[in-house]
Design a protein around this ligand. Structure first.
Ligand SMILES: [Zn+2]
Length: 252
């Protein structure tokens, strides 16, 4: 790490249980962020500014006016532009030391599995259950840590999965039968700071997993109610009937 980096990250390095070793682990880390909406904008910003060395951004969407309250990396004059390209440009300005790769299309299951071989951690910042289930399956198969978050209306949730642990639950244990009748922000609404809060929390969990500093609770579902201003927590256990993690997987 050079003199400028030591200065830039000095407030993080000051933390005893993070230290220079934690900062170096962030610098070496590669994180896949799927979805550059409200969650992905915020999580990617904190990971880039905190010094995560390599980000892979995946999103096939373009910026719309209704995104702007939550997706704070984008500006009005960028409506119609690719989200990943616009996000990468902003993140590069904030921290030119971060390498950023862009994937402007949806990943097939095989492409996702191949991509996971090159990353240390995945942030699921998507907004539909089919994609969430696909990311969960791929991360489970490759034993890649996954930090999953979601937000809708006044509510948000977050859960981290460390799949190398024995009898670790997975996202499918939590939601075995969900299809895409599920809620979307498009139909149900979302208050912008709620999604921002969950994006920041995802970045914190990712930094803890990557650096080895702090406590990451595998399978602890954190539920936020922004209307009441309250957090709740539920410990997930592996569903013995889970089609993915309790059986030999069939990914075809
Ligand atoms: Zn499961």
């Amino acid at each position: 790490m050079n003199e400028f980096e030591l200065d830039r990250y000095s407030r993080q390095i000051l933390l005893n249980d993070f230290d220079i070793s934690g900062q170096l682990k962030l610098k070496e880390a590669r994180v896949l962020i799927v979805g550059l909406g409200g969650l992905g904008n915020i999580a990617a910003t904190y990971l880039a500014t905190s010094g995560v060395g390599h980000l892979l951004l995946v999103d096939d969407d373009v910026i719309e006016a209704s995104n702007l309250p939550r997706q704070v990396l984008y500006n009005e004059n960028q409506i119609g532009q690719s989200k990943v390209a616009a996000a990468a440009e902003q993140l590069k300005q904030k921290n030119p030391g971060v390498e950023i790769d862009l994937i402007g299309h949806r990943l097939t299951e095989n492409a996702l599995l191949e991509t996971l071989e090159k990353v240390d951690l995945v942030l699921d910042c998507t907004d539909n259950f089919a994609t969430r289930q696909g990311i969960n399956r791929a991360c489970w198969q490759q034993k890649t840590p996954l930090v999953s978050a979601a937000a809708i209306r006044w509510e948000g949730q977050l859960v981290s999965f460390l799949f190398d642990q024995v009898s670790a639950p997975c996202y499918e244990c939590l939601y075995p039968n969900l299809s895409d009748q599920a809620l979307s922000c498009h139909e149900s609404g979302i208050l912008s700071p709620v999604v921002g809060l969950l994006g920041v929390y995802q970045a914190l969990e990712a930094i803890k997993v990557l650096s080895g500093a702090g406590c990451v609770e595998h399978g602890s579902l954190k539920l936020f109610d922004g209307f009441q201003g309250r957090w709740r927590e539920m410990r997930l256990t592996q569903d013995k009937e889970c089609q993915l993690c309790s059986k030999v997987p069939s990914l075809t």
